[in-house]
Design a protein around this ligand. Sequence first.
Ligand SMILES: Cc1cc2nc3c(=O)[nH]c(=O)nc-3n(C[C@H](O)[C@H](O)[C@H](O)COP(=O)(O)O)c2cc1C
Length: 255
Amino acid sequence: MDYNNFYDIIFKRKSIRKYDLSSLDNNILQELLDYIGNLKPMYKNIEVQMKIVTGEVVRNLFPIKAPYYLLVYSEEKEKHITNAGFMLQQVDLFLSANGIGSCWAGLTQPKKEIANESKLNYIIALAFGKPAENIHRDNLSEFKRKAIAEIRNNGEKDELLEAVRLAPSAVNSQPWYFKVDKNKIHAYCVKSNLIKGIIYNRLNQIDMGIGICHLCIAAKHLGEDYIFISDKDALDNPPKGYYYITSIEILEKRI
Ligand SMILES: Cc1cc2nc3c(=O)[nH]c(=O)nc-3n(C[C@H](O)[C@H](O)[C@H](O)COP(=O)(O)O)c2cc1C
C-alpha cells in the first residue's frame, strides 16, 4: 500500500455521483481485486469478504447510477462494522488515487438473486466506475467540514486529526470526537436519539472506521507506527453525548 500517495489523496478526494457507465478495463479490475486481497484490517480476527458486482444486481434507494459496486460482508463480532469502514476506505482512496470515481452507498442493498452469495452479513457498498465529473477537489475550501477544534480536546495531534477531519461520513455527519492524551488518541462516536439511532448508529460506526483509517494513513505518512488498544479509563469517561469506540496508541517514530 502506498501510504504517501494516499495521504495526498485525503486532501483532494470527493464522492463521485456521476459516472460514465462503460466498463473498466479487465486489468484495472484485476489490480483492484489484488489490492482488496491485501487490505489492512483493524482487527485480524474478523472475517471480511468483498465482492465486485455490476449495477444490475443491486437495489438503490438513493439512486447513484454506477457501473460497479463493491459489496462488503463481515462476520458479526465486536467492532465489525467499524472494521469494515476502516477497510473499505482504503479502497475509496485507492480508486481516487487511480482516477476511478467512488461513492459510499449506504442505501444500497444486494438484490435477492445474489443475497445468498456470502455466508457473512452484508454491511455496505461502495459505488465506483469511470467518473463523469472532476475526480478531485481543487482546494481545501471545497470540503464542507467541522473546524478542527470541534472534533478534539487539544491540538497535540492535529497533524493526524486534520486527516480525520476531511474524511467522508454518511450524510456528512462527521460523528467523531478525539481525546488526545499524550501518545494515546481516544476515539468517540456521537450518540443518536432513539429514532435517529435506527438509521445512524450503524452508519456512524462505519464512519468511525473511515476516520480512523485516515488517522492511521497520516500516522504512517509521518513515520509513526500505531496499535489499537482498549482503554478502560477512556471507555468510562466519554465526552457528554458520545460513546467510546477505541484508542489508537502512537508508538515511537521509526528512524
Ligand atoms: C457510510 C456512508 C454512507 C453514505 N451513503 C451515501 C448514499 O447513500 N448516497 C450518497 O449520495 N452519498 C452517500 N455517502 C457520501 C457522503 O454523503 C459524503 O461522503 C459526504 O457528504 C462528504 O462528501 P465527500 O465524500 O464528497 O467529501 C455516504 C458516505 C458514507 C461514509
